[in-house]
Design a binder for this molecule. Structure first.
Ligand code: SF4
Length: 216
């Protein structure tokens, strides 16, 4: 297989880099639960902590090779406490199934663990406040790949200011993790014609991961 272009991106300078739990443990689920409990009581973002129904930590395989990263919980997620369970989440499930994956095969999480009121974008301070938890999750899961869904996820993780359209089609690197960026499923609900591009991105990612896809 032809080697994929990997573009390095330096580690974000403003992030709280110190993981809460040391990586390398074989008890990833228990370690994630420790962080989950900390997140459940977190009040770092006063507005979000006072308006959320509950925190939305993440779900899936604690030792997944692939992490699917979105921006923040919406109303359905806030109600149910699980990421990507609304209409966009159902589309994500279908995208994964087209890649021969179940939700339980990957780990699904967001930049923010609390719903911004009115589904506004996360504020920079909020993303910075929550970064420690995201980095702790990644340190425990130790995925080989992250798929950033949407500009908010991509820009926050990689600390770039580029449109998703320009970031597609190549791998970035976050620490030792290869990162691919594509459109958010909610964008696909508004712009169904972009499904073709997301499918191309997922085919690219699956080929890199060595996952064979059935002929369509
Ligand atoms: S978004 Fe993250 S940092 Fe902010 S209150 Fe929620 S859990 Fe805490």
């Amino acid at each position: 297989m032809e080697e994929s272009p990997v573009q390095s991106v330096s580690e974000p300078s403003g992030a709280v880099a110190e993981p809460v739990v040391a990586p390398g443990s074989n008890n990833a689920a228990a370690e994630l639960d420790v962080i989950r409990q900390r997140v459940a009581g977190c009040t770092r973002c006063a507005e979000l902590a006072s308006t959320r129904t509950q925190t939305v930590f993440g779900t899936g395989n604690p030792q997944a090779r692939l992490v699917m990263l979105g921006e923040a919980p919406g109303a359905d997620e806030d109600r149910q406490g699980e990421p990507f369970v609304g209409r966009a989440g159902q589309l994500l499930t279908k995208i994964l199934e087209a890649c021969t994956l179940q939700r339980e095969d990957v780990y699904i999480l967001n930049i923010l663990k609390c719903r911004p009121p009115g589904n506004r974008n996360p504020l920079p301070d909020e993303a910075a406040n929550c970064r420690e938890y995201l980095d702790a999750q990644l340190a425990i899961i130790q995925p080989e790949y992250i798929c950033c869904m949407g500009a908010v996820a991509a820009r926050n993780l990689l600390e770039v200011d580029t449109s998703i359209g320009k970031m597609r089609g190549k791998f970035y690197r976050y620490n030792d993790i290869k990162v691919l960026c594509t459109y958010h499923p909610a964008y696909l609900l508004r712009n169904p014609s972009a499904k073709r591009q997301v499918w191309e991105d997922m085919q690219f990612l699956m080929a890199e991961m060595g996952i064979e896809l059935p002929e369509k």
